[in-house]
Design a protein around this ligand. Structure first.
Ligand SMILES: Cc1cc2nc3c(=O)[nH]c(=O)nc-3n(C[C@H](O)[C@H](O)[C@H](O)COP(=O)(O)O)c2cc1C
Length: 276
């Protein structure tokens, strides 16, 4: 859809769905994007700003009835209890945390995987209305994030792709197989992704957050991801493991691997994990 007439028709269709307030924000965003040499991110940046001068319309997403997905027919592996303590002080973990990209050939134990998933994305309590509270803070407690694990060298796990069910603290097997090379290619051929013993993939189910925060939701989903991601870094550090955040990946190819549509749910970041 490169032709200007087609784009104009699409754009008119969009504008007809929006309030005059949002339309004026888009106009400002377009002006800034042009001024900045075609930086289209500025359109979203401006549209998603909060302002005392107005508010954008609600989006047509219902309030969530669930805060994590369940693949009910998938074979599941109950994870062992996460470790209660790591032996490393929190302040020390913060100080020594680094992005580590060299992984030995050693495998991870299921207990390490359990500990990483629980303290990053796990359910750690209940809210007053009965919903789950998680190890990461979440805008509106709407908890858009999902976790997937690709296991390459994890004791007790077949190689393959799993979904983390935080309610049961279990892994749901989605697909057996060796996907290290494919994941490395998807991550723009970054070798540390292919060498990892496991890769945690964090995604977001956008409508959970968008049911409340409208056009600001894309920002919120990324903030939530940052908090969960720091948890992964610090737990890996405390366990003496190695990881690095990987934000460079081909989105649609990763969605295909995880069987996601990249709109309702989309990948946010990867964390290859390995032994040092
Ligand atoms: C959002 C985000 C995306 C990143 N993407 C990559 C990546 O694709 N590949 C990589 O090797 N490191 C990636 N990094 C790691 C940064 O390069 C790293 O945090 C930075 O160099 C600072 O080093 P430190 O984490 O050791 O303090 C990413 C970090 C963040 C926060």
């Amino acid at each position: 859809m490169g032709d200007p007439n087609g784009l104009k028709t699409l754009f008119q269709g969009l504008l007809s769905q929006l309030s005059s307030y949002t339309r004026s924000r888009i106009a400002t965003g377009l002006r800034v994007a042009i001024e900045k040499g075609g930086d289209v991110s500025m359109i979203y940046h401006i549209v998603s700003m909060l302002s005392p001068r107005g508010y954008y319309e609600d989006l047509p997403y219902p309030e969530p009835t669930e805060y994590y997905k369940t693949y009910s027919t998938a074979p599941r592996i109950r994870l062992p209890e996460p470790l209660e303590a790591s032996g490393m002080d929190l302040f020390e973990a913060i100080r020594s945390r680094r992005s580590r990209r060299r992984y030995s050939r050693g495998s991870l134990s299921l207990s390490e995987v359990s500990t990483l998933l629980y303290y990053s994305l796990g359910v750690t309590g209940r809210a007053w209305w009965g919903g789950p509270k998680r190890a990461y803070p979440s805008a509106g407690a709407l908890q858009p994030l999902e976790g997937y694990l690709y296991a390459d060298k994890v004791e007790g796990l077949d190689n393959g792709i799993y979904h983390y069910n935080p309610g049961e603290h279990s892994l749901e097997l989605l697909r057996k197989g060796n996907y290290s090379e494919e994941l490395q290619w998807i991550a723009l051929d970054q070798e540390h992704v292919g060498n990892a013993a496991a890769v945690i993939i964090v995604t977001a189910v956008y409508r959970r957050t968008a049911s409340k925060y409208s056009h600001r939701s894309y920002r919120y989903a990324h903030w939530d991801t940052g908090f969960a991601g720091q948890n992964i870094y610090l737990v890996a550090e405390a366990l003496g493991l190695a990881t690095t955040a990987v934000g460079a990946f081909y989105d649609e190819e990763l969605c295909k691997l995880l069987e996601l549509d990249c709109i309702e749910e989309f990948p946010m970041i990867l964390f290859p994990i390995g032994r040092r």
